[in-house]
Write a protein that binds this ligand. Structure first.
Ligand SMILES: [Zn+2]
Length: 155
């Protein structure tokens, strides 16, 4: 665990502002700092990644924020040939659904040739600066400005 104070459910609507990890800006702020956060439902155990204030497994609002491990296994993947324009120079590239060691699932690009990964491959999450990756910053939506890029690397 960390020394961060994360809010826990049940939450009222007024308890959530844009800095909360239950919002995408709050989630990406934490990711920029190297913390991958998920909501975990204390009623059914579902992982909500990115966090949501209510469980999409059972509807409970008893959701806590927990930092997630970066390592996991490829559960399934596909290869993207026609990505959004900002990622055109990277295509083709694999995108995988990864089950993290906690059981949470996260979808992301894999920085590898599709021929070199398979279901069950071990990967680790990396957080990168989009500009350093050659991603056109003008392609980001206004509210995405400053959000980091997440990518899985073979582990
Ligand atoms: Zn639940």
């Amino acid at each position: 665990m960390t020394d961060h104070d994360y809010p826990t459910g049940p939450l009222a609507t007024g308890d959530i502002d844009s800095d909360s990890p239950f919002t995408l800006p709050g989630f990406f702020d934490a990711l920029t700092d190297g913390r991958l956060l998920a909501g975990v439902c204390t009623d059914c155990g579902e992982h909500l990644l990115p966090p949501r204030p209510a469980c999409y497994g059972c509807g409970s609002r008893a959701v806590t924020i927990e930092e997630q491990p970066r390592r996991g296994l490829v559960e399934t993947f596909t290869e993207v040939y026609r990505p959004p324009s900002a990622f055109a120079d990277l295509a083709p590239f694999p995108v995988a659904v990864v089950e993290l060691d906690s059981g949470a699932r996260l979808t992301g690009r894999v920085d590898a040739d599709a021929a070199d990964i398979e279901i069950g491959s071990a990967v680790e999450l990396a957080v990168r600066d989009p500009v350093a990756e050659g991603i056109d910053p003008d392609a980001a939506l206004s509210y995405e400005d400053g959000w980091p890029l997440h990518v899985f690397e073979p582990a």
